[in-house]
Design a protein around this ligand. Sequence first.
Ligand code: VGL
Ligand code: ZN
Length: 224
Amino acid sequence: MVDVQRDFCPGGALAVKDGDRVVPKLNRVIGAFTKASLPVFFVRDWHPRNHISFKDQGGIWPPHCVKGTPGAEFHPRLKVPRGAVVISKGTEARSEAYSGFQGTDLEKRLKEAGVRGIFLGGLTTDYCVKETSLDALDAGLKVNVLEDCIKGVNLRANDSELALRKVVARGARLVTSSDAVRLVARVRKPLRGRSVLASSLHGGGRILVLMIGWAGHAAVESSS
Ligand code: VGL
Ligand code: ZN
């Protein structure tokens, strides 16, 4: 979950059109993953008051997501489970961090959790979703962008489109939240070790290929 914060939603300091519309769909994904005991990570923009990206500091953005302020809170309807992993980025005054991986321990946390692929959505398509996706690909992860769970700033009208084109060209897949929920529901069924993985491998097709990473993860979890 990338930057699903008040300031990026209507009424916020850096509001994105329809930013809040991603919340119900992301909640469905969060629910499905949680039920399947799959980890969900919550990335947030968490700036000091004098952040370099702010206009009064020479940056291009109005002040937003100042740590500890209401605007930096997750959207009030986002279902953040108790004890969820929260990753704060952009916390250094002198450096911008659009990616959830930049200056954080996100990669380490994902590796520790045995994660080989991710589904991501949130705000904003042309900045933090884009950069987080690219860094995830660089980290060797399979990246599935939840195309119905993202909204962009679009300083130029087609920025979001260009961002998606770029991440797809680099190897990410576009999927819907329904795809993700369906996949995870299958992972939840009892797995009988490697035979299930093997039969998935022979199935071919986009969805089955996607499932392998998660089935592998579930198998590792259930055997520990
Ligand atoms: C973001 C602009 C400035 C984002 C963060 O979350 O995409 N955009 N800071
Ligand atoms: Zn920011």
